[in-house]
Design a protein around this ligand. Structure first.
Ligand code: HEC
Length: 128
């Protein structure tokens, strides 16, 4: 590497990092814009695919969840409640390793996954 390149490194590296961060921010902005969450559709997705394990109210007490070794997540627990939408979305998309919670990518569209997260958020704010 010629000396001039080494001199430029301190300027170039932070510039790349900043550009990357801006790209990330823009990316989530675009995503949020592209799919305004549709709670009604999220409810439909939830009832069809998730309720049997996670339960009607999202307490992790659905009939199919009773026999599972790893119980379905209770969305009212702080552990779930404190997670960001992004984290929940990632779990739905990719599943939980070594658990019956499989990946939904391919079965649900991006929009449906975002809607179901919005619906889970709504459930987690409701009492019994
Ligand atoms: C076969 C039963 C089953 C079905 C069906 C199911 N889940 Fe799950 N889910 C689980 C289990 C088990 C876990 C893991 C709990 C753990 O790791 O403690 C889980 C975890 C999750 C988590 C992570 C919660 C957290 O706090 O990290 C989310 C979000 C989730 N499920 C959403 C969904 C959605 C949305 C659907 C429907 C599209 C769905 N699940 C369908 C069993 C199921």
């Amino acid at each position: 590497m010629r000396p001039i390149h080494r001199d430029l490194m301190p300027t170039i590296v932070p510039a790349i990092v900043v550009a990357g961060l801006m790209g990330l921010a823009f990316h989530s902005f675009v995503q949020a814009q592209e799919y305004p969450a549709d709670i009604t559709r999220g409810k439909g997705v939830y009832e069809r695919h998730c309720q049997a394990c996670h339960g009607v109210g999202g307490w992790g007490d659905g009939p199919d969840g009773q026999a599972l070794k790893v119980p379905p997540a209770n969305f009212h627990r702080f552990r779930s409640f404190l997670k960001s939408d992004e984290e929940l979305l990632r779990t739905i998309e990719h599943g939980v390793v070594f658990s019956p919670m499989h990946a939904w990518r391919g079965q649900l569209t991006d929009g449906e996954m975002q809607d179901v997260v919005a619906y889970i958020r709504l459930l987690s704010q409701q009492g019994r």
